[in-house]
Design a protein around this ligand. Structure first.
Ligand code: F6P
Length: 328
């Protein structure tokens, strides 16, 4: 339901529901400062949808976003809010917007936030634009999400360190990275760190072949192996056990976990957040709402959210082929 809205926007709110991602603060700053630049009142909704349901809404000014361009997390805080699935809670949230004469919303978040924004917009006709922000990069309609590049860099840095131990001890490491049901982090971080194998939910894996590859590597005198496993495969322990038992070698498991969600956003994540934050406001003021405001081929792009509902973003299998080819 992307549409041209008739009424002029005089006041808008910004919210970061769902998981935090590095660069969310940069996006909040861009939204707030763009709104103020155009003379629009801007409100920050604290603690995601929970805060909107419960009236945790405060007016923001240029100073309220000073010094946050480089800070991880979200200054608005967030909370998983399953109760937002209930119509009665969404009605309470809508009432809080009406109470303050808020005419539009910019939502900064992941796949779940995009879906709930769509339901909210459909139900109450409130203009919403969504900025894709999640470390998972699993949102269609944009090449990259805010936070993904930072998370990949964090994972690569960690894997470079693990490689030192792997090489010194001539060990195999099985490393779990985040990504929910998708392998975007695993694939990019695996390619960039020279991982010997990348296991992702999108592609069937074969432990026998993996063991053969390691055996061949040992015969060639290879000193270390890094196997990256996306969390969605739920396969780290199984993989480690299989390799240990079938090859009689030392295998260690590391879960990179929440370090991937935190930290100062990379220059790429910040630049993306600045561009998308400003665009989300500018297009709304130009009367366009119901869009995912993303980036395709390095340009800001608008995709109607209605076209993205229940669409799965495709992973680049050629990148996996490349990673495999270069690792052997
Ligand atoms: O969506 C970001 C993400 O970190 C996923 O990679 C992970 O599966 C999930 O969030 C963890 O969620 P929670 O913060 O609820 O533990």
């Amino acid at each position: 339901m992307a549409k041209k809205q008739k009424a002029k926007i005089k006041s808008l709110a910004v919210v970061t529901p769902g998981g935090d991602a590095p660069g969310m603060n940069t996006a909040i700053r861009a939204v707030v400062r763009t709104a103020i630049y155009y003379g629009i009142r801007v409100w920050g909704i604290e603690k995601g949808w929970y805060g909107l349901i419960n009236g945790l809404v405060k007016e923001m000014g240029p100073k309220s976003v000073s010094g946050i361009i480089n800070k991880g997390g979200t200054i608005l805080h967030t909370r998983r809010t399953p109760e937002f699935r209930k119509k009665q809670c969404r009605k309470m949230a809508y009432n809080e917007l009406r109470l303050r004469d808020i005419d539009g919303m910019v939502v900064i978040g992941g796949d779940g936030s995009m879906h709930s924004s769509y339901a909210f917009m459909q139900e109450f006709g409130i203009p919403v634009n969504v900025i894709p922000a999640t470390i998972d990069n699993d949102i269609p309609g944009t090449d990259y999400t805010v936070g993904f590049d930072t998370a990949v860099n964090t994972a690569v840095e960690a894997m470079d360190k693990i490689r030192d131990t792997a090489t010194s001890h001539e060990r195999v490491f099985v490393i779990e990275v985040m990504g929910r049901h998708n392998g975007f982090i695993a694939l990019d971080a695996g390619l960039a760190s020279g991982a010997e194998a990348i296991i992702i939910p999108e592609v069937k894996y074969d432990l026998k072949n993996l063991a053969k590859m390691i055996k061949r590597g040992h015969e060639r005198g290879k000193e270390s192996f890094i196997i990256v496993v996306a969390e969605g495969c739920n396969a780290v322990n199984k993989t480690a056990k299989y390799l240990k038992d079938s090859l009689n070698i030392e295998v260690r498991v590391t879960n990179l976990g929440y370090v991937q969600r935190g930290g100062s956003p990379s220059a790429f994540s910040r630049e993306l957040a600045c561009k998308l934050g400003a665009a989300a406001v500018e297009v709304m003021l130009a009367g366009k709402c119901g869009y995912l405001v993303g980036a395709l081929s390095d340009k800001v792009s608008l995709c109607p959210i209605s076209k993205l509902i229940n669409i799965k973003k495709k992973i680049d299998l050629d990148e996996l082929r490349l990673a495999n080819m270069l690792a052997t």
